[in-house]
Design a binder for this molecule. Structure first.
Ligand code: UDX
Ligand code: ADP
Length: 458
């Protein structure tokens, strides 16, 4: 069968994999190929055991794979065949040199641009999908200057707004798709080609267009606003713990104001994931670059509150467990940065685990999907920890449980059975406010929610 379009995605990660699976499933007339520099990752995408856990992903990959969705190790051949190339490689925060800890590390993006230039024999549209700092498109464009007169590259920005755990739903029915381009004839033509791809399953009014810089900046700003809401409600939670107010009741009352809205007001241990911290740091770096230091400080405050929330959590454990955790066994429920993913990038749970280990606690970590990543994350950790898949086994013999991830599973455990197997007095610190605190208190636990009065038996 001859396909209408050849689409390539470079980078088979949390963004590239699900996004391409959705395009392939909605557009059988296009051939979609996903490549990656890690060959084992491609093998996993071609197996029954996909490299990432995302509800609904297995089903659509299995339906489309081998028909119009292909995972391949041959990056050069993929580039040669492609009309449109999506770039969704990783853009972590720099760990070295100028801007370390702040700026994005663009080495993978740059290498990808050079590969595209090297292998291209025809003109292509290059779409930046990775989260990147503003003005990256321009950098890609500068690299993609070809000496072959019949090869022209048009660079578009198409930021990804999917959230892990709900990626398939977000891709199928997004609030909006944003496409930025240069406002030249060829830029507008390329923009329209990408609009047509999404129009296969989305109404046109959900596909918005802008200039390329607005598109790049919008992604950073959207994530900064979302992170800011979480830090705002988390900043309220500490006050609630001191005053007998209940952060859930406050969030409900505040969120019912339609100007504010109810989403992203769930007080928690803090936000994690691959985007919020990185994007805030990018934004702060950009402000400082332009000498806008007041504004940089403002956004940096969102990150400070987030770090403070984790610090506060462990200090609260310490204070209430008689000022020592040394030698005590603490069970951590959840290492993933949120429910329904195995992703542990920037997970607050890991920060809490490290702080507990620094207090010389023995830590038993359980999680339904993230233990493989946890093993990798903790391989250099100093201290006494165990990874245990069964939550009952993990909690057995512990002095305290710390709930870190809002997995549905943890709501409905048999807490009487768990209580009976624990050391007494038994403590539960609910970093997600997901369990029934009254019921747990009745069973005999000393209960410490986020932003609500504690319930203690002594
Ligand atoms: C986020 C954005 O939502 C998405 O649009 C963007 O493309 C990538 O970054 P993601 O990081 O996958 O997505 O997850 P998200 O649902 O936004 O949660 C981020 C963190 O905030 C998680 O650790 C979550 O537990 C926490 N969170 C979220 C809260 O603590 N409280 C809330 O009310 C909401
Ligand atoms: P994201 O959450 O943005 O999708 P991931 O780290 O999950 O980030 O995925 C990015 C993927 O890009 C990784 O699998 C990585 O191996 C891949 N990658 C990085 N650089 C290149 C490159 N030059 N060519 C192909 N793949 C690359």
């Amino acid at each position: 069968m001859k396909f209408e379009k050849e689409i390539l995605c470079i980078g088979a990660g949390y963004v590239g994999g699900p996004t391409m699976a959705m395009i392939a499933s909605k557009c059988p007339q296009y051939r979609v190929t996903v490549v990656d520099i890690i060959p084992e990752k491609i093998d996993q995408w071609n197996s029954a055991d996909l490299p990432i856990y995302e509800p609904g992903l297995d089903k659509i990959v299995k339906q489309a794979r081998g028909k119009n969705l292909f995972f391949s190790k041959d990056i050069g051949a993929g580039i040669k065949a492609a009309d449109i190339v999506f770039v969704s490689v990783n853009t972590p925060t720099k760990t070295f040199g100028a801007g370390a800890g702040m700026a994005a590390d663009l080495q993978y993006v740059e290498k990808t641009a050079r590969q595209i230039l090297e292998y291209s024999e025809s003109s292509k549209i290059v779409v930046e999908k990775s989260t990147i700092p503003v003005r990256t498109a321009q950098a890609i464009k500068r690299i993609l200057v070809s000496d072959k007169s019949d090869v022209h590259f048009e660079v578009l920005s198409n930021p990804e707004f999917l959230a892990e755990g709900t990626a398939m739903r977000d891709l199928e029915n997004p609030d909006r798709v944003l496409i930025g381009s240069q406002e030249t004839d060829s830029g507008l033509k390329a923009r329209n080609e990408l609009v047509e791809i999404y129009a296969n399953w989305l109404p046109k009014d959900k596909i918005i267009t802008s200039n390329i810089w607005s598109s790049e900046l919008s992604k950073l700003v959207a994530n900064a606003f979302l992170a800011q809401r979480i830090s705002s409600i988390n900043a309220v939670s500490s006050l609630c713990e001191e005053t007998d107010a209940d952060v859930g009741e406050v969030a409900r009352a505040v969120g019912l104001d339609s100007r504010i809205g109810s989403k992203f007001l769930q007080a928690s241990i803090g936000f994690g994931g691959s985007c919020f911290q990185k994007d805030l740091l990018n934004l702060v770096y950009l402000y400082r670059h332009y000498g806008l230091n007041e504004e940089a400080d403002y956004w940096e405050g969102v990150l400070k509150i987030n770090e403070n929330q984790m610090d506060r959590f462990v200090k609260n454990m310490l204070r209430n467990m008689f000022n020592t955790l040394a030698g005590k066994r603490v069970c951590v429920f959840g290492l993933a940065f949120k429910a329904n993913t195995g992703d542990t990038r920037n997970t607050p749970s890991l920060t809490v685990v490290e702080k507990l280990l620094a207090e010389q606690a023995e830590v038993a970590i359980t999680d339904p999907k993230a233990l493989d990543n946890a093993a990798r994350d903790l391989k250099d950790a100093k201290g006494n920890y165990e990874l245990i898949s069964d939550p009952y086994e993990a909690a057995g013999g512990c002095h305290a449980i710390a709930i870190m991830t809002e997995w549905e599973l943890y709501r409905d455990l048999d807490y009487q059975k768990i209580f009976d197997s624990m050391q007494k007095p038994a403590f539960i610190f609910d970093g997600r406010n997901i369990v029934d605190h009254d019921k747990l208190f009745e069973i005999g636990f000393n209960v410490f929610p986020i932003g609500k009065p504690k319930k203690v038996h002594f």
